[in-house]
Design a protein around this ligand. Structure first.
Ligand code: ATP
Ligand code: MG
Ligand code: MG
Ligand code: MG
Length: 484
């Protein structure tokens, strides 16, 4: 079943059950100062959950584009983490609660494919519930899940909150047992690779305060209205339904990976088994490339451009990581003009705007790659030399001086220096680097102050002004118009 079809079936199931289908919000979380990118389906509904706004519907369903940068180090190493992914979700705003949400999830998961469901074998489904949530356990049993496949878990895994005072509640997660080829038996507590988490049902019923961490807070009482917020990873359920080992092998990602393998002459899948932990390092890199190229496409598509701070910097780092990864596999040319159109073709059936806007998207992407390749060209030799020198003199740490010189003279970002040094088994004197950066900033500030108070000769400006009156400076408008 293609991913686009999985998405269609999800929305159709909830629409048939009285939900209004709501489009995905754009990736940048512009309404939330604490969040760079939307990371879950519920984010666009927060004002409804908090009671700040009245929802125009009591039930909604969506497929939300998400970015989770904290998962970046997992990409390629587990079977289930993308930096970009899509979250299917159904929501109830004070309408149905646990006894509605659990059967709705079970029905879609287990209904035969010929009847519009996902046709998962009920015997392979497990559920986790919060420690004392006997109510959820009861509903699961009535719905058809035997007690031996219902597991109680603590706050860390099964109590949801936004990490701030506000709504919170226990959750119940669905796992799919992929069988002994993927790891040890015993349930999700034992092996989260074999038992793949694919759906999280959150029962928003309490209000919490005194939040010190995910596990330390005080429950003040119950919310006036009980809400449901669920999140099902579209790529995860697609990987199960397509019978592939991980989400980098589904129809929306695999073609990018396959092309990168072909370009670098690497044979993908040289692993000893199906478990992600048995992956060959080349496979991990190929997955990183495929994931990051797709993420870059989706981010630029939603209006982000590579810059040195905030959201733009996240994009820049992701793009650079993809470009470095393919170079490490032996491809030295520009890679994005080959890979980005493939990502577009994978994603545009669900997001046609990626095709119509591709000229703009690709212009930014290719320019960023060109700039990065020239940075790499000038800095890499210097860095390699410094690494060799450090190693041959028995050192374990690259000096702050070197890192600063690379940054200052060659525009080599510090995180890149760190990453390359680490690959070579070296630390970087980060403290020393920071000191030099601070010195440089202080010098620049002092220079600027000196210029302000300095007695520059302004007489020629004075006479021009006296002769012709004030002149309107239009350079800024002209420049910005041209660069559009
Ligand atoms: P995991 O424990 O596997 O990291 P999670 O518990 O952090 O997942 P939730 O916050 O419960 O995930 O998000 C709801 C659903 O979104 C998950 O059940 C999963 O199907 C999907 N999901 C979460 N993170 C990712 C990701 N990085 N890539 C793809 N799908 C994801
Ligand atoms: Mg996670
Ligand atoms: Mg989890
Ligand atoms: Mg979860």
């Amino acid at each position: 079943m293609r991913t686009a079809e999985v998405k269609r079936r999800f929305l159709a199931h909830f629409e048939a059950n009285g939900h209004t289908v709501v489009p995905s919000a754009p990736l940048p979380a512009i309404d939330d100062p604490n969040l760079l990118f939307i990371n879950a389906g519920m984010v666009q509904f927060v004002p409804f959950f908090l009671g700040q706004r009245t929802p125009p519907y009591q039930r909604a369903a969506s497929v939300q584009k998400c970015i989770r940068t904290p998962d970046i180090d997992e990409v390629g190493k587990t079977s289930r983490h993308g930096t970009f992914f899509q979250m299917n979700g159904n929501f109830s705003f004070g309408d149905y609660f646990k006894s509605g949400a659990i059967p709705l999830a079970w029905e879609l998961s287990t209904k035969p494919v010929s009847e519009g469901g996902f046709g998962l074998d009920p015997e392979k489904i497990w559920a986790t519930v919060y420690l004392d949530d006997d109510e959820a356990i009861e509903i699961w049993k009535q719905t058809g899940l035997p007690a031996e496949r219902i597991v109680r878990r603590g706050k860390k895994d099964n109590f949801w909150s936004m990490g701030i005072p506000g709504p919170a509640g226990p959750c119940s997660e669905l796992y799919y047992d992929r069988g002994p080829a993927y790891g040890s038996e015993g349930g999700p507590e034992v092996d989260e690779d074999r038992y793949l988490e694919f759906w999280n049902l959150v029962f928003m019923q309490h209000e919490i305060t005194d939040v010190k961490s995910k596990e330390e807070f005080t429950i003040v009482g119950d919310l006036p209205k009980q809400n449901i917020d669920t999140g099902m990873g579209l790529e995860r359920i697609a990987s199960i339904l397509q019978g592939v080992d991980n989400l980098y092998e589904i129809d929306e990602v695999r073609p990018i990976l396959a092309k990168a393998a072909e370009m670098t002459g690497r044979e993908y899948g040289k692993r000893s088994g199906h478990a992600a932990s048995e992956s060959h390092p080349d496979d991990v890199r190929l997955r990183v490339i495929a994931d990051h190229v797709r993420t870059a496409l989706m981010l630029i598509g939603d209006g982000i451009t590579p810059t040195n701070e905030g959201r733009g910097y996240v994009l820049r780092r992701i793009m650079r990581r993809a470009i470095r990864s393919i170079r490490l596999l032996g491809w030295q040319e520009r890679a994005l003009p080959i890979l980005l159109p493939i990502a577009r073709d994978c994603m545009s059936p669900s997001y046609p705007e990626l095709a119509s806007d591709f000229e703009r998207i690709s212009t930014y992407a290719y320019a960023e790659e060109d700039q990065f390749l020239s940075t790499l060209k000038s800095g890499t030799t210097i860095l390699d030399l410094a690494i060799t020198d450090t190693k041959s003199s028995g050192g374990r740490q690259l000096s702050g001086d070197k890192a600063f010189q690379l940054h200052d003279t060659y525009g080599f970002p510090i995180d890149l220096t760190l990453e390359i040094a680490q690959e070579q088994g070296l630390d970087v004197d980060h403290e020393g680097f920071r000191r030099l950066m601070a010195d440089q900033r202080a010098r620049a500030k002092a220079d600027a102050a000196a210029r302000k108070t300095g007695h520059a000769d302004l007489s020629s400006y004075r006479s021009a002004l006296d002769a012709g009156g004030p002149v309107e400076f239009t350079g800024y408008q002209e420049i910005t118009r041209e660069s559009r």
